[in-house]
Design a protein around this ligand. Structure first.
Ligand SMILES: Cc1cc2nc3c(=O)[nH]c(=O)nc-3n(C[C@H](O)[C@H](O)[C@H](O)COP(=O)(O)OP(=O)(O)OC[C@H]3O[C@@H](n4cnc5c(N)ncnc54)[C@H](O)[C@@H]3O)c2cc1C
Length: 387
């Protein structure tokens, strides 16, 4: 995404551009995005939608992609957009439309596309070192947009790391993100449950909270709120706490009233109408009670503790989904290794853009938005230096 966008933007300025793509076909990852619909951007984008160690630099990159520029870019490649719950998608709702329009525009502008062209290094004259050991012609400017290894590659997959290393850049703190979080507890009894919840992740860097539809599998918590939180789990383990009663009215006063009104019921009956039966019964059992126990058998202190557990059920986070299952590679080249204009601090006229940078967007079109925004940032800097 980022490389093709940069190629189009610079070819429009009259540059002679060649794209080297290691795979047999370009932009394969785009076809996987947004469940095959490709969530390209969002109606509202700000720094707070990203995890990034250098918010000031990020702000500068995002500022490059004004709404007008974004809309004109997509219109200019012939891609009509539509909005779905804030996300911007191809009007056809097919990711292949986005890929095809990018490729058609690149072709029309004379961009040369070399597929099966794995680049493993860059020499002093800005010649690319290819897989077979051959060198390309020397380029005036090189843009590295080799992305992350989520989705397409396996664990062993390599995403431009060698190329970046050849000029002194290191990918840092990489881990799969926008993926499920593995839990140490056996969750088979509640596997398949989907429910509204507020989920908090407690790690040494802080506590992060997200809400939305939680999905439970036999060994993991998943769903959009967990995906968002996975960007912060950069260590071996953490604690997840889930509020299964996230609605504002479900406070302690509400619960006490419910206990009073339903004192003749059993605990399964108490939670009936609020939580799915499978989930309710699992929560009751994990509290050490039976679903058939009477509400009246709980004294006020135990009832308070039960309510507290429903609002704050703890799980031990012990890992993340694999790269193949993830939507993002968190971490990457730190922003302090590039200038404000995304030029490498180690090599003049070499630029870095897209997911390989240490900028981790939330679900909702923010990563493809960043891929385009950083391509614009590179284009602007190249033109500024040329003037
Ligand atoms: C399943 C899935 C769903 C997603 N859904 C969304 C979504 O809906 N919205 C959103 O905003 N984001 C989504 N993302 C994230 C988004 O796809 C990426 O953040 C985005 O594609 C990054 O763009 P990029 O150009 O930096 O890298 P990429 O799109 O990964 O492109 C990098 C390209 O460089 C090539 N390459 C790598 N190394 C080399 C090398 N050494 N030599 C030559 N070529 C090389 C790769 O083959 C690849 O084609 C999703 C990701 C996945 C996996």
């Amino acid at each position: 995404m980022s490389g093709l966008c940069a190629a189009i933007l610079l070819a429009r300025e009259g540059a002679d551009v060649t794209v080297h793509e290691r795979q047999e076909a370009p932009a394969k990852k785009l076809l996987l995005t947004g469940n095959g619909r490709c969530n390209l951007s969002n109606v509202s984008v700000s720094c707070s939608d990203y995890v990034c160690g250098d918010p000031a630099k990020l702000r500068g990159i995002l500022a490059c992609l004004t709404q007008t520029r974004r809309d004109e870019f997509f219109a200019g490649i012939g891609l009509m957009l539509c909005e779905l719950r804030g996300g911007l998608y191809p009007a056809s709702r097919q990711a292949s439309s986005a890929r095809d329009c990018l490729l058609l525009a690149a072709q029309e502008l004379g961009v040369k596309l070399r597929t099966d062209s794995y680049v493993k290094g860059l020499d002093e004259d800005k010649r690319l070192l290819l897989r077979d050991g051959s060198l390309t012609e020397a380029y005036d400017i090189v843009i590295i947009a080799s992305g992350g290894k989520a989705g397409v590659y396996g664990e062993e997959g390599e995403n431009g790391k060698k190329l970046l290393r050849s000029i002194g850049h290191e990918m840092k703190n990489e881990h799969p993100a926008l993926t499920h979080i593995l839990c140490a507890e056996d969750l088979s009894a509640v596997a398949g449950v989907r429910c509204d919840a507020a989920v908090s992740l407690h790690v040494s860097s802080g506590t992060y909270r997200e809400s939305g539809e939680l999905q439970i599998t036999k060994n993991a918590l998943s769903g959009i709120p967990v995906f968002q939180l996975s960007r912060y789990l950069d260590e071996e383990s953490g604690v997840l706490s889930v509020d299964f009663l996230p609605r504002a009215e479900c406070d302690r006063v509400w619960f006490r009233k419910r206990l009073e009104e339903q004192k003749g019921r059993d605990l399964e009956g108490l939670l009936c109408g609020v939580l799915q039966k499978k989930l309710a019964n699992w929560l009751i059992t994990s509290f050490g009670r039976k679903p058939s126990d009477k509400v009246s058998s709980m004294d006020p202190a135990e009832a308070d503790a039960f309510f507290e557990m429903l609002r704050n059920k703890r799980f031990t986070a012990c890992g993340l989904g694999k790269y193949r299952e993830a939507q993002l590679m968190s971490g990457g080249v730190p922003l302090d290794e590039v200038s404000d204009g995304l030029e490498s601090r180690f090599r003049e006229d070499v630029y870095l853009c897209g997911e390989l940078l240490d900028v981790n967007g939330a679900c909702g079109g923010y990563n493809l938005h960043f891929a385009l925004a950083s391509a614009f940032r590179v284009r602007d800097e190249i033109l500024r230096k040329k003037r």
